[in-house]
Design a protein around this ligand. Structure first.
Ligand code: SF4
Ligand code: SF4
Length: 641
């Protein structure tokens, strides 16, 4: 196919992708007045979804059958509170000197015209219990053109990528362009070379983290009123998923306060290096404890995968109950201390940490890496100080040898190798997104599947309007054991059986279509890479509402960190207001399409090293692309449909 023909085809299909939703939007609709009764009950609305046509007059009666609830509708000036059989509507009016005055008027119903099309979330604005931040419902105003537009764009993206690959020069370079930040910014190198570099990252987190444990234990048991929950599960979780992982991979491991005490104790030092001229079992340091080697059969992330699944099984409880968060922190802390006394290296971080389970495979796509500047220098250097330790830096506590490190999975970015290398041969590089493109084992492939399944599951449970699913996940409060077990069976079954099983079939199919140039396992692991960018961006899309809707809680807890009724800065009782909430579905859609494009394009690049023939690459990508497209469309349906 010639370049021009490919471009014409791509543009023509884009036109089609735009025109089809437009055509659907122009289909004639009749308008009728909708009388809707909405009953709020912890933690859902009945009905959970309302569907109307654009232009329909809507008459809405809102009431609560238990505690006080709010009803704030994104994109419309509808803001209600229902308490004890009475409903109030929030009215904003202009008072003297241009000031705004807020009144709450008693109403029996409210009327509005559904003049904006799309999906609009209504949410509770009154703290009504543990799951209050997740109490939502949905108003769909047809034609939902934005949703249709994103569906057709996602299909176009897949077809367009295939056409582009078909046209592209097959001999085109697959070389990754990298920039060594330490070379470019000498001041950064001076900072990194300081012994206390990592310590200063850890220290503030360490202080804050222990204060959070205290606030979890003694502050308000209601999540959105406790600084620990608000900061950890709204702010930190968002920054981790949306910023740190795509940009810095395991950047969080550089500053994580959880394993820090164990490392300080085993090194008997906060920052200084204790160097031994004669190595003990290859390492030039004497650590405290038994310093055994982690058993070979467990040097994979199977346990981490299971621990991650176990933790997220109680995810709803964990992120809404301060006590549960404190208990998990304390268990992790104890685990790191015990393991550091028994084993060498950070075995907890590498093989067990549930947060690490999230970071490991996803860090392959991140835009930062620590690598040797010139691998040939490493080959000649007999000492391998980056691995065994030197007078200026500790041996790599992640058991990595920089000289042949080609992936980010197990690099905690601690920067010790940069200091310990006497040849000045270790750099901190920025690189394009999705540069490590090889999964090495089924443990990693399962990890990628688990992450995707959990992103979908959390989107259903936490962002969806279905109160009965929230009740099932909220088992400690609702005591609904059977629904909870069904909920667990669906998550565990999908993550460990259905999705990986399907993908193994996809891998086989891809291999067959491509002409069986490699074995099925290699092909399956290679094409599974497509789900890393898709998964990262699915998590970003999932986390967006947490910060855009709930940022107000961050401002509130500054005034009342423990939820004890203080108002230190006068922000404790701020009225709930989301940030451009009507745009959230569109931003989520954009994030998902970005993940889809990056997944496909990076997977094609990875395949290039496996099967050089372009037609075989294209055939190999058919099934994985359809799978990725379906996954993205499932999430589009949840966020926009
Ligand atoms: S110490 Fe430096 S030169 Fe030696 S192997 Fe490690 S990175 Fe390479
Ligand atoms: S490879 Fe270097 S930066 Fe990465 S964990 Fe090991 S010592 Fe730290």
């Amino acid at each position: 196919m010639s370049k021009n023909r490919a471009l014409i085809l791509i543009l023509f299909s884009l036109e089609l992708a735009v025109l089809v939703p437009l055509g659907i939007a122009l289909l004639p609709k009749t308008n009728t007045t909708r009388h809707i009764d909405i009953n709020a009950r912890r933690f859902g609305y009945a009905p959970p979804r309302i569907i109307v046509n654009k232009g329909d007059p809507v008459s809405l009666r809102f009431y609560s059958t238990d505690v006080t609830h709010g009803f704030q509708l994104d994109g419309y000036a509808v803001d209600l509170i229902a308490r004890k059989g009475v409903t109030f509507q929030r009215k904003v009016r202009h008072a003297a000197k241009g000031h705004l005055k807020i009144d709450w008027q008693r109403v029996s119903s409210v009327r509005f015209v559904a003049n904006r099309a799309g999906k609009f979330i209504f949410r509770c604005t009154e703290t009504c219990g543990n799951l209050h931040p997740f109490m939502t419902g949905e108003l769909i105003v047809r034609p939902n053109m934005a949703y249709h537009f994103f569906i057709s764009l996602s299909i176009w993206l897949v077809l367009g990528t295939f056409m582009w690959v078909r046209f592209k020069n097959p001999a085109g370079s697959n070389r990754i362009k990298r920039i060594n930040l330490l070379e470019k910014f000498p001041w950064l190198k001076r900072l990194v070379m300081r012994r206390s570099f990592q310590f200063w990252f850890i220290l503030p987190n360490f202080i804050v983290f222990y204060l959070f444990i205290l606030s979890s234990l003694w502050g308000s048991p209601v999540g959105n009123r406790n600084i620990a929950i608000v900061f950890v599960w709204i702010l930190w979780w968002f920054i981790l998923k949306a910023v740190m992982v795509p940009l810095g991979g395991r950047l969080w491991c550089l500053m994580c306060p959880l394993p820090a005490p164990a490392e300080w104790i085993s090194r008997k030092s906060l920052t200084a290096v204790h160097y031994l001229k004669t190595p003990i079992r290859r390492l030039h340091h004497r650590y405290l404890g038994f310093q055994k080697d982690w058993p070979k059969k467990f040097r994979n992330i199977w346990i981490q995968n299971i621990l991650f699944l176990a933790l997220i099984s109680f995810g709803m409880i964990l992120i809404t109950r301060p006590l549960a968060t404190a208990i998990v922190f304390i268990i992790i802390l104890a685990g790191t201390l015990i393991l550091a006394m028994l084993f060498r290296h950070r075995v907890f971080c590498m093989y067990l940490c549930p947060v690490g389970g999230f970071l490991g495979a996803y860090s392959m796509a991140s835009m930062t890496e620590v690598r040797s500047v010139d691998p040939k220098v490493c080959i000649k250097h007999k000492e391998k100080s980056c691995y065994s330790g030197g007078p200026e830096g500790w041996a790599c506590s992640w058991n990595q040898y920089v000289g042949n490190m080609s992936r980010n999975n197990y690099c905690g970015l601690c920067t010790e190798c940069i200091k310990s290398c006497p040849k000045d041969n270790v750099g901190l590089f920025i690189r394009p997104f999705g540069s490590d493109r090889k999964l090495k084992g089924y443990d990693e492939m399962f990890n990628v599947m688990i992450m995707l399944v959990v992103a979908v599951a959390f989107s259903v449970v936490m962002l969806g309007p279905w109160g009965f699913i929230k009740d099932a996940a909220n088992v400690t409060e609702t005591k609904q054991i059977i629904p909870f077990l069904i909920y667990l069976a669906i998550i565990w079954g999908s993550a460990l059986l259905v999705v990986p099983g399907l993908f193994i079939l996809i891998g086989k199919g891809a291999n067959r279509l491509s002409g069986k140039k490699v074995d099925d396992r290699t092909m399956t692991l290679q094409v599974a890479y497509v789900l890393i960018p898709v998964g990262i961006f699915a998590w970003i899309a999932f986390s967006l509402p947490a910060i855009m809707v709930n940022y107000g809680y961050i401002i509130s807890v500054f005034s009342d960190p423990l939820g004890l009724g203080w108002d230190l800065l006068g922000t404790a009782d701020r009225h709930f207001k989301a940030f451009i909430p009507e745009w959230i579905p569109v931003i989520q859609g954009l994030a998902l399409l970005s993940g889809l494009y990056l997944g496909l394009s990076r997977c094609f690049m990875g395949l290039k090293t496996l099967i050089p023939d372009r037609n075989s690459q294209i055939r190999a990508m058919v099934f994985p692309s359809v799978f990725a497209l379906l996954a993205v469309n499932l999430l589009l349906k949840l966020y926009m449909g």
